[in-house]
Design a protein around this ligand. Structure first.
Ligand SMILES: [Zn+2]
Length: 335
């Protein structure tokens, strides 16, 4: 990826400092849905994405809002704030807008075709300086462009890496250096997908097996490595969504838990800690083991265990962004 270019010496640090001074939290208030041609999402937070060279997996840092397949639909600022950054021609995000809000949380709008006319003079002068096709980050000071909630900030598109036109939307918490699941804020404005939550397959120490309710599964390793293939599948067979929470109980105690409400920025390219072999943007093998405990992994007894019970009553509960649950009970027995 090309190095970031900054127009003159606009200071993002100054912008951040001002945001911190402004203080009080405004999140969980009223929001405007960034794309209003549809109330549907097409991807969820934390889903598997492959790196561009397919060498590793990463996490989806936001949600995808449907534009019903259209380009050039209005994109609205979700909350008041100021224009913080603009990315032009980013490899993944295409053209993207960052708006900083009073609580140090930025909203991000990706794959845009066009920016608001208000911002064009700055963008055009940067293009003259650096070239039209170049990737550029343009940072702004808080005084330059105040943004109202619901203001049209650009038009949707399919720039960068996108399989179809849509609006990629993120919340990034600058203070904690973490991405936040936007569903936590926008849930009431969106329509849950007509989809079923399923646990499709299980892999035990690499052996792919059918999921059988109350079934007994055998292992011979010291501590079994369990992976489940689960997703929220659209009834039309089109969409496939990642899940929000997976909790693995062993003998009624929480043994392992993955929870996608926040992902630290430093973990974003580290999808392989959660996603097993064969995972991609529509096929999610979630590992219920890892050598570290870092969000989105919030409970991990696996890494500290020296031996696993010879016979264990197990339960896996999967939850999606909309509160739907799927429970699977089974037994693990040592061979
Ligand atoms: Zn996206």
């Amino acid at each position: 990826m090309e190095k970031l270019e900054k127009r003159k010496k606009r200071s993002a640090v100054l912008a951040l400092f001002t945001a911190l001074l402004l203080g009080t939290a405004t999140l969980y208030g009223a929001y405007t849905l960034p794309s209003q041609v549809s109330k549907k999402t097409t991807s969820s937070f934390g889903e598997c994405r492959n790196s561009n060279d397919l060498a590793y997996t990463r996490f989806h840092a936001g949600i995808d809002l449907s534009t019903n397949g259209f380009e050039n639909t209005n994109i609205y600022a979700t909350e008041e704030g100021y224009l913080w950054k603009i990315w032009v021609n980013h490899e993944n995000y295409g053209n993207a807008i960052y708006i900083m809000h009073a609580d140090g949380i930025a909203s991000v709008y990706g794959h845009l075709n066009r920016f608001s006319d208000r911002f064009l003079p700055v963008i055009q002068s940067a293009m003259i300086e650096f070239g039209e096709a170049t990737y550029m980050e343009i940072a702004f000071s808080p005084q330059e462009y105040t943004i109202r909630r619901g203001e049209i900030i650009g038009l949707s598109g399919q720039t960068g890496t996108a399989l179809a036109p849509h609006c990629h939307f993120e919340f990034f918490d600058v203070r904690n250096d973490e991405y936040i699941n936007p569903i936590l804020y926008l849930k009431d404005l969106l329509e849950p997908p007509a989809a079923d939550l399923k646990i499709e397959r299980v892999r035990i120490d690499g052996e792919n097996q059918n999921v059988v309710e109350n079934g007994t599964f055998y292992f011979s390793s010291a501590i079994p490595k369990i992976e489940i293939n689960t997703r929220l599948s659209n009834r039309t067979g089109q969409g496939k969504y990642g899940v929000k929470t997976i909790t693995f109980f062993v003998n009624e105690a929480e043994f392992y838990k993955i929870h996608f409400d926040r992902i630290p920025r430093e973990m974003l390219e580290n999808g392989d800690t959660v996603f097993g072999e064969g995972s991609n943007h529509s096929n999610y093998w979630y590992k219920l083991y890892a050598s570290l405990e870092e969000k989105p992994i919030v409970v991990n007894l696996w890494k500290d265990l020296s031996t696993f019970p010879d016979l264990a009553a197990c339960r896996i509960i999967v939850e999606d962004d909309w509160g739907n649950l799927k429970t699977w009970n089974f037994r693990l027995r040592r061979r």
